[in-house]
Design a protein around this ligand. Structure first.
Ligand code: AMP
Length: 630
């Protein structure tokens, strides 16, 4: 079928289109209504239907593929490698569900998962889905202050965690960070379940902390049926950064998400039951939720969960896994490819990659040299896809499962079925229809299945943040700039807000600024994202010290810089650490006191700072220019 017709039908004959897609998953009770958009911008997909994500990911495959690999766990950090068949996964998930039940977790309860890439993390997510408990996975790279704000907002009844993660052979203890986060949070979880990997010692809090292995033994043969949930029930939240210091809980449903993933695995990722999918992301990110855990399993595929670096023990590790497990589809990020690009290209040629049909890349702009390098090296199509934590699955890409079409370098592709994507003028809201016009990428409601339902416990914030930024119209703003060419292909040109993208990880500059400001010798700070050849962007901080009298030489400045970086590491985690912290006597602001972040960014990137008629004191920008040029 021609993709253009497929897309048109998804918008013009919405109910019929999605009713058809809904047949890709099992329903306990079929939906009574397909798309209920009576209260825009909120959408209730498949209302009246009852289903379960864990049933669709695990149980329903038992009849046909119980002994086929489901979860392939590989850690080059702990040298573990184990394949769980669908039957074994079913067993493990029931055991975890029984353990969570024994800790008081039931339908509608909240479970926060703060875990490294371990098989138990996947069991925990699926067990929550099975019970109808709502999970919120927090990326293991986040430290205590980031974790505390999520605990406080999500108010989990239980937390699942581990002694430690490991990265490049370096052990990172999780338990002390978790303890500190719980201490900082006004909300206290009633139970903490701990997986002891034997990497770091743990001090247990009596009455609150429980050992996974001990409880798992007690529930070794547990049978816990799937709870039949309403399609519109909440499956999980995942926190993402925005322009304020407070992260938003992106909330997703059950039925819409199941259908969206099943459809995307077929139409976009060309996944077939019996194949193997390898997504190199982390379960702490949305890609990990959709395309390590739920998507591939719903499609009846084996999924590889890999803990480790792409270059350890050597830069061939991923490709050796592709060969060994006959990976059919792979998903990664441009940053990771740029890391590999610095290694010996021979590693790409050492393994038999004939099983691989395509490599999907997402999370940040894919530059042409990176795309060409990996495309030449692998000899398979490289498919860029653009989406957000909020969308849960691709917004722009090429749906090769519907109609094979060439990608264009620099463009993630065209709007996916279900998405009515437009470009509008930032100031007037006017729609831009001519090729090459630059505007804000927006989505006209109703948003498709799988898209966020709302901001956790804050409908007003959902409407205010996402649906009210374009004058005169209620459309969802992606906060990305884009243009469209004459063939309808989109090009993404960067964020319209203060969100930055470091190695595919989304960070709010406000959060980093708040952390740096808590240093006793920092009066004020500005953080901007600056272009970086490896990571896409890095955070750069400019701080005004409260007392500059001691900062007389480079050694003193470096010492304070080191202290600030350590503080960010401790509070937010090393993902948020700025590449540099420079000290200035004042920051460039408008006369009304607004920080001129875009001007700072331009100066750091050696570009023209633009219109500076509103600047309070041009000397502030000159200081930054001098520092950068030095
Ligand atoms: P996150 O929610 O962390 O996945 O970040 C989403 C943001 O990453 C988007 O709003 C874009 O700014 C950027 N992004 C994601 N995928 C792409 C892509 N394929 N090309 C360009 N930018 C992307």
């Amino acid at each position: 079928m021609a993709y253009a017709d497929f897309h048109r039908r998804s918008l013009e004959d919405r109910d019929a289109f999605w009713a058809e897609q809904a047949r890709l998953v099992d329903w306990h009770v079929p939906p009574a209504r397909i798309c209920d958009a009576d209260q825009p911008p909120f959408v209730r997909w498949f209302a009246g239907g009852q289903t379960n994500l864990c049933h669709n990911a695990v149980d329903r495959h038992l009849a046909e593929r119980a002994d086929q690999p489901a979860l392939i766990y590989v850690s080059t950090e702990t040298q573990q490698e184990r394949t769980y068949t669908f039957r074994e996964l079913h067993h493990e998930v029931q055991r975890m569900a029984a353990v969570l039940q024994s800790l008081g977790v039931g339908r509608g309860d909240r479970v926060l998962v703060y875990m490294p890439m371990t098989a138990e993390a996947t069991f925990a997510m699926l067990a929550c889905a099975r019970l109808g408990a709502i999970h919120s996975v927090v990326f293991g790279g986040f430290a205590s202050v980031s974790l505390a704000s999520r605990i406080e907002d999500f108010t989990p009844k239980a937390v699942v965690s581990a002694d430690a993660g490991s990265r490049g052979g370096k052990v990172l203890a999780y338990k002390p960070l978790l303890d500190e986060a719980i201490r900082l949070s006004a909300h206290k979880p009633q139970a903490v379940l701990l997986v002891d990997r034997g990497l770091a010692s743990m001090e247990k809090v009596a009455g609150r902390d429980h050992d996974w292995a001990t409880l798992a033994d007690r529930h070794a043969q547990a049978q816990v049926p799937c709870a039949w949930l309403d399609a519109t029930d909440v499956s999980y939240t995942i926190y993402t950064s925005g322009t304020t210091g407070k992260p938003k809980g992106v909330q997703r449903d059950v039925g819409g998400y199941a259908v969206a993933l099943a459809a995307s695995m077929k139409h976009i990722f060309m996944g077939e039951a019996g194949g193997t999918f390898f997504s190199t992301s982390d379960i702490g990110w949305v890609v990990g939720h959709s395309y390590i855990v739920y998507g591939p399993l719903i499609a009846g595929m084996a999924t590889i969960m890999y803990e480790g670096l792409p270059i350890r023990p050597d830069a061939g590790i991923w490709w050796s896994l592709v060969e060994k497990y006959k990976v059919t589809g792979m998903f990664s990020a441009p940053t990771a490819v740029r890391v590999l690009k610095k290694q010996d290209p021979a590693f790409l040629k050492k393994h038999d990659l004939s099983s691989l049909k395509a490599l999907f890349l997402a999370g940040e702009p894919l530059d042409e040299p990176t795309a060409r390098w990996i495309s030449d090296g692998l000899g398979v199509p490289i498919i860029d896809n653009y989406w957000q934590t909020e969308s849960g699955w691709p917004i722009l890409t090429i749906a090769n499962g519907v109609e094979k079409k060439a990608s264009k370098f620099g463009s993630p592709g065209v709007p996916m079925y279900g998405y009515d994507v437009r470009l509008v003028h930032e100031g007037t809201g006017e729609e831009l229809t001519e090729p090459g016009q630059k505007g804000v990428v927006v989505i006209e409601g109703p948003t498709p299945p799988g898209f966020m339902q709302t901001v956790w416990r804050d409908d007003a914030r959902y409407v205010q943040t996402y649906w009210s930024s374009i004058p005169g119209r209620q459309v969802y703003s992606t906060f990305d700039w884009g243009i469209r060419d004459a063939d309808g292909y989109f090009y993404i040109l960067g964020r319209t807000d203060d969100v930055i993208n470091v190695a595919g990880h989304r960070l709010g500059t406000r959060e980093i600024e708040e952390s740096i400001s808590s240093h006793p010798n920092v009066a004020e700070v500005a953080v901007v994202g600056v272009a970086d050849p490896l990571k896409g962007q890095v955070a750069m901080a400019f701080a005004v010290p409260k007392d500059a009298s001691a900062l007389t030489d480079d050694a003193a400045r470096l010492k304070l810089e080191g202290e600030v970086m350590k503080l960010v590491d401790q509070q937010l985690g090393s993902v948020a650490r700025p590449a540099r912290v420079r000290f200035v006597t004042l920051l460039p602001k408008t006369r009304s006191g607004k920080l001129l972040r875009r001007a700072i960014q331009a100066v750091c990137e050696g570009r023209d700072a633009g219109d500076l008629t509103t600047i309070e004191d041009p000397a502030a920008l000159q200081q930054i220019r001098d520092l950068v040029q030095r």
